[in-house]
Write a protein that binds this ligand. Structure first.
Ligand code: URP
Ligand code: ZN
Ligand code: ZN
Length: 462
C-alpha cells in the first residue's frame, strides 16, 4: 500500500513549495499537486505542517566506553529519541580505545545496532592507533561501507593519536577516498594545564574550560588543517566551539584545504557559566571542547547562516548524574558529554529559525542535506526528490512546549536544556516510507533501521 502526504509545504535546502508526496515501498515516487494514486493508499493530511527531509545527526555517541564508564544509551533508547526529535539517520562514532583491536571494536559497535535501531545509521570509524594490522583492518572496514574515519588529537593515551599516526591515517584516507573527521584540541597542552590546575587546588567543573582554552582548540584545528594540506586528504572538524578555531578552519579553507566544519547544539545555546553552577549542576555541563564564553555564540550563528559552519550535530553523549559525580573532587574525572540527540532539531528550529535569523533552507541544509553530501548519503538521504528514501519529517510549527528530562526518551536522568521552550516539533516522522512517529509519539518498530553502506566515490567534502 502506498502513502500519500498531502497539503504540506515542502522545505528542502534549496526550495520551499506546496505539493503532495507519494511514496511506494521505501521511496518517493511522485511529487506534485493533485496526484492520482491507487484507492488503497494511506493518506496523511499535512495541512499547516512543514515537510522536511529526514534530519541527519553526523556526530552521535551511543555505545561509548569512556573515562572509566559507559555512555547510557542503547540503540533502542537512542533511536527512539532520534526519531521523536526528527532525526531519521544518525552517524555514530565507533570508538575502540587505543589498546583495542580496531576490527573487533567495529564488530562490537555494529552488533550493538543490528536488529535494534528504529532509525537508519552508519559510522565514523575512529583510528586510535595506526600500525600495519590496523591499516589492513581499516581497508576492510572501508570496503564494508564505512567511508569516514575519526581521529582525536586530544584524550592522550586513550583515543588520541600522535602526529605520526595522524599523518599515516590521512595518507590512507587520501588513497581510499575517505573523509577524516577530527576532534581538534592539543593533547599535550590539555594534559599540562589539567595537572597544573589540579595541583593548585582548582578542582571544580568551572576549571574544565580553562584547562582547554580556545587557543588550544585553535592550535589543534590549525595543525589538522596543515596535515590535510600536506597530505591532500579531505577533513571535517567536529564540534568546533569558538571564534579562534573557526578562524583557523576558514583560513585553511581559503587557501584551498579540503575541510568542512561541524559545530554542535550545546555550543549554540549554552556557555561556560553553566559549568560554574553549584554542586552537581555544574558537572552536567562538562564536555569537550568545553562550553565557551557567550560571545562565541553570535559568531557560530553567523557562521552557520553564512555556510562557514557546514553542519550542526549534537555530540550526543549521555552520562547520568551518578556518573557525572565520579568527578566531584576533580574535574579531570567528570565523564565528558551532554545528551542532545532528541533536542537538536527543535532547539535549532526555535532559536535559529523561529526566534533567530537562520533561514529555513540553511536550517535544512545544516541539519540534513550537507551531512548527506559530505558523507556519501546524498541524494538517497537529505533530499525530498523522486528516487530519494521516504524519510520525511512533518513538522508542526504551531506546537509549543518545554524540554524536560521527565519526558525525554534519551536514557539520561537530566537534560542540559531543562525548562527551555520550543516553538515546534515533529508531528509525523517516516523512515523509508514507514511511519515511526505519529502525533509526536514513537509508534515504530525496532530493527526497522538499516546500516547504510557508503562508497568512497560518493563522498564530497571540502
Ligand atoms: O565531551 C565530549 N565531547 N564527549 C564525547 C567524546 C568526544 O570528544 O566527542
Ligand atoms: Zn570529541
Ligand atoms: Zn563526540
Amino acid at each position: 500500500m502506498g502513502l500519500l502526504i498531502r497539503n504540506g509545504e515542502i522545505v528542502t535546502s534549496e526550495d520551499r513549495y506546496f505539493a503532495d508526496i507519494y511514496v511506494e515501498d521505501e521511496t518517493i515516487t511522485k511529487i506534485g499537486k493533485g496526484l492520482t494514486v491507487p484507492d488503497d493508499t494511506e493518506v496523511i493530511d499535512a495541512t499547516g505542517k512543514l515537510i522536511f527531509p529526514g534530519f541527519i545527526d553526523p556526530h552521535v555517541h551511543i555505545h561509548l566506553p569512556f573515562m572509566g564508564t559507559f555512555a547510557k544509551d542503547t540503540y533502542k533508547t537512542a533511536s527512539t529519541a532520534a526519531l521523536v526529535g526528527g532525526t531519521t539517520t544518525l552517524i555514530e562514532m565507533c570508538c575502540p580505545s587505543r589498546g583495542e583491536d580496531a576490527m573487533e571494536g567495529y564488530n562490537v559497535w555494529k552488533a550493538k545496532a543490528e536488529g535494534l535501531s528504529a532509525c537508519d545509521y552508519t559510522f565514523h570509524m575512529a583510528v586510535t592507533r595506526f600500525d600495519e594490522k590496523t591499516e589492513a583492518q581499516l581497508r576492510e572496514i572501508v570496503a564494508d561501507g564505512t567511508t569516514s574515519f575519526k581521529i582525536f588529537l586530544s584524550y592522550k593515551n586513550f583515543f588520541g593519536v600522535d602526529d605520526g599516526e595522524m599523518y599515516q591515517t590521512l595518507k590512507l584516507a587520501r588513497e581510499l577516498g575517505v573523509v577524516v573527521t577530527a576532534h581538534c584540541e592539543n593533547a599535550e597542552l590539555v594534559s599540562r594545564l589539567q595537572q597544573e590546575l589540579i595541583a593548585a587546588g582548582k578542582t571544580g567543573p568551572e576549571w574544565h574550560e580553562p584547562s582547554r582554552p580556545e587557543v588550544v582548540e585553535a592550535e589543534g584545528t590549525t595543525r589538522f588543517a596543515t596535515f590535510l594540506e600536506t597530505t591532500g586528504a579531505t577533513g571535517y572538524v567536529v564540534h568546533l566551539s569558538c571564534a579562534p578555531a573557526l578562524k583557523a578552519a576558514l583560513d585553511a579553507k581559503a587557501r584551498g584545504v579540503k575541510l568542512s566544519v561541524e559545530s554542535v547544539l550545546p555550543h549554540f545555546l549554552l556557555d561556560r557559566t553553566y559549568a560554574e553552577r553549584e554542586g552537581v549542576e555544574g558537572l552536567k555541563y562538562v564536555m569537550s571542547p568545553p562550553l565557551r564564553d557567550k560571545s562565541n555564540q553570535g559568531v557560530l550563528w553567523g557562521a552557520l547562516e553564512a555556510g562557514e559552519v557546514d553542519t550542526v550535530g549534537t555530540d550526543h553523549c549521555p552520562f547520568d548524574l551518578e556518573q557525572k559525580l565520579l568527578g566531584k573532587d576533580a574535574f579531570t574525572l567528570i565523564p565528558n558529554g551532554i545528551p542532545g540527540l532528541e533536542d537538536r532539531v527543535n532547539l535549532m528550529y526555535t532559536y535559529g529559525v523561529s526566534r533567530g535569523t537562520l533561514s529555513l533552507n540553511r536550517f535544512v541544509d545544516a541539519l540534513s542535506t550537507k551531512a548527506a553530501k559530505l558523507f556519501g548519503l546524498y541524494p538517497r538521504k537529505g533530499e525530498i526528490a523522486v528516487g530519494s528514501d521516504a524519510d520525511l519529517v512533518l513538522y508542526d510549527p504551531a506546537y509549543r512546549g518545554t524540554i524536560s528530562a521527565t519526558t525525554q526518551h534519551m536514557n539520561c536522568d537530566y537534560s542540559g536544556f531543562e525548562g527551555v521552550a520550543i516553538d515546534g516539533r515533529p508531528a509525523v516522522v517516516t523512515v523509508r516510507g514507514q511511519v515511526q512517529v505519529r502525533d509526536g509519539a514513537f509508534v515504530g518498530k525496532y530493527g526497522r533501521g538499516e546500516f547504510l553502506r557508503r562508497t568512497p566515490e560518493a563522498s564530497d567534502a571540502g
